[in-house]
Design a protein around this ligand. Structure first.
Ligand code: HEC
Ligand code: HEC
Length: 407
């Protein structure tokens, strides 16, 4: 009980005003774990160098970071290797492929966004036949063009993939096989597409993984009299009930942190608010579980892409490009740091829409949202509270965060 309060101090930065994301100490919250349903296989091609730049899939999808990467882990790798670890490659690790990375000081600048926010540069064109044009580009790195927009995005976790109804933040990959092929050609800079004998085992391996928070520093074993942790997730049926039903039994626990987690789960499923102007979802009264409805997983049960305003011009940091997007039919414009789904569908109406992601193992992999703009889960909850006028009391905000930290 001596740790009471420690979990409350994480994440004190306001992402809207602070360029450098300060990361909470994940170990304070507890630890996560992965179940390998077909065994841990360190020889799987997922862990092998498949291209020309020494990277593996695990360079950016690390078991210790919930199969994503965190700024803290990246900073440690940078310091240990003087910025030469394979994750630091200009192709997509740097702010621009043209960035100078020939000295240590130059590498600190080139990889500044990766080190502070854990984001990689995804280069994507405006698709042929789009009903919009990118009419202006304000890129601090002077690289982005209509043929290749620079979009800085967090690695989605390569785990719990049984529950993914669409792949990538913008839904652009139809299958895990196409995803693995494109990741090898892009991130790993392979000269040719990997053979089926490589792709098949990668897909089988990543599809066998289940990851969740396992131990909470104060609540203890998350599967003790409850159904948190990765083992229960591995057998989770993708059927009703909707929302989360992990911690109901803890509502009357003697342990205050367990009660907080149980109450946070109730808030997530049951606290109603007006969901308005979230393009992609009709206006309605709902809860967190309206969008994050996949039982005990938090993705959406169908492919759902929603605009929460994360990429809006008003939230833009000067360290990322800003794009002016013009609808061809009527000249309407909008400005965004990332058109999201619109680059997959070619539709102006889809600008700023991103997929509803899974919510397990969150504490292992800050920062949050596609652009890493929320340093900690407190910032996520505060953003929703403002965005939808939920008016959560400070104790309710803390309990909701405690629940998210126990996923
Ligand atoms: C240089 C870093 C990097 C490397 C290397 C990398 N990835 Fe990723 N991965 C990312 C990023 C960033 C995203 C999200 C990009 C987006 O949505 O536009 C992602 C997304 C994914 C997703 C989508 C998950 C979901 O829920 O939609 C899967 C699966 C994945 N990667 C698997 C792999 C595999 C397999 C490999 C190796 C062949 C690999 N990645 C190599 C950075 C990387
Ligand atoms: C209108 C649909 C919608 C509602 C309601 C909603 N979310 Fe989300 N959530 C999303 C989408 C879409 C994203 C990804 C947005 C992005 O990155 O641009 C997201 C992202 C998140 C993330 C970050 C996940 C990650 O890996 O970065 C967390 C945590 C989260 N939501 C928790 C909540 C909580 C808590 C509530 C209730 C207060 C809530 N959500 C309500 C759609 C929704």
């Amino acid at each position: 009980m001596g740790m009471l309060g420690m979990v409350l101090v994480v994440g004190c930065t306001d992402p809207e005003h602070d360029a450098d994301v300060v990361e909470p100490d994940a170990a304070v919250v507890g630890t996560g774990d992965t179940v390998f349903t077909t065994g841990q296989d360190p020889t799987n091609p997922f862990f092998q160098v498949l291209g020309t730049n020494d990277r593996t899939c695990a360079s950016c999808h690390d078991v210790a970071s919930g199969w994503s990467v965190t700024p803290a882990a990246l900073q440690a790798r940078f310091d240990a290797s003087s910025g030469l670890d394979p994750v630091f490659r200009t192709v997509d690790g740097a702010t621009s492929p043209a960035a100078d990375d020939t000295s240590l000081a130059a590498r600190r600048t080139a990889y500044a966004l990766l080190l502070s926010r854990g984001v990689f540069r995804i280069g994507l064109p405006v698709p042929d036949g789009a009903d919009f044009a990118v009419s202006a580009i304000d890129d601090p790195y002077g690289y982005a063009s209509v043929d290749e927009l620079s979009l800085y995005r967090r690695p989605l976790p390569s785990t719990n993939l049984r529950f993914a109804r669409t792949l990538m933040w913008d839904g652009r990959e139809p299958t895990l096989a196409s995803q693995a092929t494109d990741a090898t050609l892009g991130h790993a800079q392979a000269m040719r597409a990997p053979a089926e004998a490589i792709v098949g085992p990668i897909v089988a391996f990543e599809s066998s993984l289940y990851t969740a928070q396992a131990v909470d520093a104060e609540a203890g074993d998350l599967a003790d009299g409850a159904t948190g942790g990765p083992a229960a997730l591995a057998t989770q049926p993708a059927t009703v009930p909707r929302g989360f039903t992990l911690y109901g039994t803890w509502a009357t626990s003697d342990n205050a942190r367990r009660r907080a987690i149980a109450h946070g789960e109730q808030l997530f499923n049951g606290r109603r608010f007006q969901i308005r102007g979230a393009i992609g979802l009709p206006d309605q009264e709902g809860t967190c579980a309206t969008c994050h409805d996949a039982p005990n997983v938090g993705a959406h049960t169908t492919p759902l892409f929603v605009n929460l305003g994360i990429a809006d011009a008003a939230r833009r940091q000067p360290t990322v490009p800003l794009y002016t997007v013009t609808q061809l039919a009527d000249g309407r414009t909008t400005r965004t740091t990332d058109p999201g789904l619109a680059l997959t569908t070619g539709k102006f109406a889809d600008v700023g829409r991103f997929k509803v992601p899974t919510l397990r193992g969150l504490a292992m992999r800050p920062p949050y949202f596609h652009d890493g703009s929320a340093a900690a889960l407190d910032d996520v909850v505060r953003l929703y509270d403002r965005r939808f006028g939920i008016r959560l009391s400070p104790p309710d905000q803390r309990d909701l965060v405690a629940f998210l930290q126990a996923l």
